[in-house]
Design a protein around this ligand. Structure first.
Ligand code: PBG
Length: 335
């Protein structure tokens, strides 16, 4: 006896609501909104500079003046916050990365300029030593070992310098133990109780950061891996412990990085904690998509939106992405 489809499904037909554009829109569960986007940009020395980054086609390194101009445009498009990363020149780099505390470093100069011209956009600064060290590691390297406590002290001082320059949110990306608590203490002791901490709670020791290292000029400096401080890509429970620890130390928000290969971690964090969760679509995620799209091997626009929706489905409150400006423009045109 062959049953009819209605007998098989009990007359429950999922396709009813997929029939029209309006009905699909009516039942759509997740949306990409400009408020979800944090634009990640690169800073370099000079004036009037827009220097292409070879391994990230379509992404340029901006001198401070250009970065301010671009950020103003991003603000007009409705992007709520930006996250700059600095390509510092070789002559400031030292073994200890102490240039992170200098009020004149690129990030701090940009912060002051930005707050002068565009106080209405959030500024998220990256607190780690890699732009400032001769070896490209996020902490202080001594006899082949990344020193935890000494690095934390330096990073906490660097975070304070960023707050003084105008940062709204400090994002420690170094994965040293105790850095969130040390940064919180140092900010509070100096009157910056209102500056928030977005911790890279679970940053994985990933192959997906290479174009970023090209962009900030650390790829050729870095010897060895970051395995002694970033999380092992095989571990999920450990990422939960990292996140819990960062919250106990005073993190206001959590970030997971990379994004797409770690959506399970984002989902688990969202299920476990009640703080805002962010995903970082990192440099190689950008490049893979961009190259395939440029060659016509994937529909770039559709693929980008599909991936960002995946971040949202997994539980992200926002996404750090190199595509933020382009997406914001596209969303703007649609409204
Ligand atoms: C390091 C840092 C990294 C990124 C931002 N800050 C990782 C690294 O170089 O090991 C990667 C971002 C990206 O790939 O887009 N503090």
């Amino acid at each position: 006896m062959v049953r009819t489809i209605d007998e098989i499904t009990g007359s429950r037909r999922m396709r009813r609501m997929r029939k029209f554009d309006w009905s699909r829109r009516l039942v759509r569960e997740n949306h990409i909104n400009v408020d979800d986007l944090i634009w990640t940009i690169f800073l370099c020395e000079g004036t009037g500079i827009r220097q292409p980054i070879e391994s990230m086609p379509g992404v340029d390194c901006f001198s401070v003046d250009v970065a301010v101009e671009q950020t103003l445009q991003a603000m007009e498009l409705g992007i709520p916050a930006i996250a700059p990363f600095a390509r510092e020149p070789a002559n400031i780099k030292t073994e200890s990365g102490s240039y992170i505390v200098d009020p004149e470093n690129l990030t701090n100069r940009f912060a002051r300029e930005l707050k002068k011209h565009a106080p209405g956009i959030g500024l998220i600064t990256d607190a780690a030593l890699d732009p400032y060290t001769t070896h490209g590691h996020d902490g202080i390297l001594h006899n082949g070992v990344i020193l935890n406590d000494e690095s934390v002290e330096m990073i906490a001082q660097g975070a304070l310098a960023q707050a003084r320059a105008g940062a709204d949110i400090i994002a420690p990306s170094d994965m040293m133990d105790g850095r969130v608590g040390a940064i919180r203490d140092n900010l509070d002791a100096n009157g910056f109780q209102d500056v928030a901490i977005l911790s890279y709670a679970a940053k994985f020791s990933s192959a997906f950061y290479k174009p970023y290292r090209d962009a900030i000029g650390t790829a050729h400096l870095l010897k060895g891996s970051k395995n002694t401080y970033y999380v092992d890509p095989a571990n999920a429970v450990e990422a939960l412990r990292e996140a819990r620890q960062d919250l106990l130390e005073g993190a206001d928000m959590l970030m997971i990085k990379p994004g797409l290969p770690y959506l399970d971690i984002i989902y688990r964090l969202k299920e476990t904690f009640t703080v805002p969760i962010f995903g970082y679509q990192v440099s190689s995620e950008y490049t893979m998509l961009k190259i395939a799209a440029t060659n016509g091997w994937i529909d770039g626009k559709q693929a980008i939106m599909e991936i960002l929706l995946a971040f949202k489905r997994a539980g992200c409150d926002g996404i750090l992405t190199y595509f933020a400006f382009d997406i914001a423009e596209k969303l703007h045109r649609l409204t």
